[in-house]
Design a protein around this ligand. Structure first.
Ligand SMILES: [Zn+2]
Length: 327
């Protein structure tokens, strides 16, 4: 609602739309008003613009809407979340995900048209982990994929016998999922439902008001229900920000995908996820490590190694992959 009001204000200046941007005035994870600017540069700056040209179908159309706006990264002094101060209004965020981005360049695995078998195996292992955690027959476990993308996760959960639902802010994706036989529902229809498990895979980094969304999800969670949050890793980001190179690959020391302009607008660490969860009435849940080995991908030595090491790494080093339960 907050965002809508500001959009209206922007629109009313001189009777035309001045900007598609709104300003976030508190930390979107913990609501603290104390934060400092880490970095600030115009969207029209050469390096930022290079990113927009690479990701957007018609960058020229966006240029006027961003006008004099700044790509500004702030860090919350309370929970350490790094967030973009100026983001697209709700109205333009819909435009962004429905029309503006180049389809073939989808970042999240769930948004991709085609999925590598190893990725399918990863999701299969994940849904089996949920089954073990809930200690009930799969068909009695009602799961929701919040941000269903192309519907991969839902289809896998369905294939393993779960009562699987999916939703997405992009209405076009909800309609497409229904055509694939997925029980896809609109975000506004969620209130009447209760779920045992809510999956959010690469979703929270995109949200204008992540705490509000987490509170809404908490409301539709069954009594012993669990919410999973998986977001890009924000550790070590601060050193890489001044380089402003969003094309660097994952292994590169300049890798900056966790803070892409207008897209990954929240960059979390474990600490900021925990702070946000606490405010939403949720606590971290420790999943017994053996549950994570429900289905080991033994197709190659590489995948065996990865399947074995990943859960241990998450436990010992920590990661932005967490399970939350009502506190
Ligand atoms: Zn904060």
């Amino acid at each position: 609602m907050h965002a809508m009001t500001e959009t209206a204000e922007n629109a009313s200046k001189n009777g035309k739309i001045m900007s598609a941007l709104i300003e976030r005035k508190v930390c979107p994870a913990c609501e603290s008003g104390k934060f400092s600017t880490l970095f600030k540069e115009k969207f029209s700056d050469k390096k930022v613009w290079k990113f927009i040209e690479r990701k957007f179908k018609n960058p020229e159309n966006v240029r006027d809407l961003l006008a004099d706006g700044n790509y500004e990264l702030c860090k919350c002094r309370s929970c350490t979340l790094i967030f973009q101060r100026n983001i697209l209004s709700d109205e333009y965020t819909s435009q962004l995900y429905d029309n503006w981005l180049i389809d073939e360049d989808a970042e999240s695995e769930l948004s991709k048209e085609k999925l590598a078998p190893r990725q399918l195996a990863y999701f299969a292992n994940e849904v089996l982990t949920i089954g073990r955690l809930m200690k009930r027959p799969h068909h009695e476990i009602k799961v929701l994929d919040y941000g269903l993308g192309r519907g991969w996760w839902c289809q896998i959960a369905q294939a393993f016998g779960f009562d699987a639902y999916g939703t997405d802010l992009a209405t076009r994706l909800v309609a497409q999922a229904r055509d694939k036989g997925i029980k896809a529902i609109g975000v506004t229809e969620l209130n009447t439902q209760r779920f045992d498990f809510i999956n959010t895979e690469q979703v929270f980094e995109h949200l204008a008001r992540p705490l509000d969304v987490l509170r809404q999800l908490r409301e539709i969670l069954g009594k012993t229900g669990v919410i999973k949050i998986s977001v890009p890793e924000g550790r070590g980001l601060e050193k890489r920000i001044p380089l402003m190179d969003w094309s660097a690959p994952r292994w590169d020391k300049r890798y900056l995908v966790a803070a892409t302009p207008l897209i990954h607008i929240n960059t979390f660490t474990q600490r900021s996820i925990a702070a946000m969860a606490k405010r939403a009435g949720l606590n971290a849940l420790t999943v017994p490590i053996r549950h994570h080995y429900s289905l080991c991908d033994t197709s190659s030595l590489h995948t065996i190694g990865k399947s074995l090491v990943r859960p241990l790494y998450r436990r010992l080093i920590g990661s932005n992959y967490v399970f939350l339960q009502a506190s």
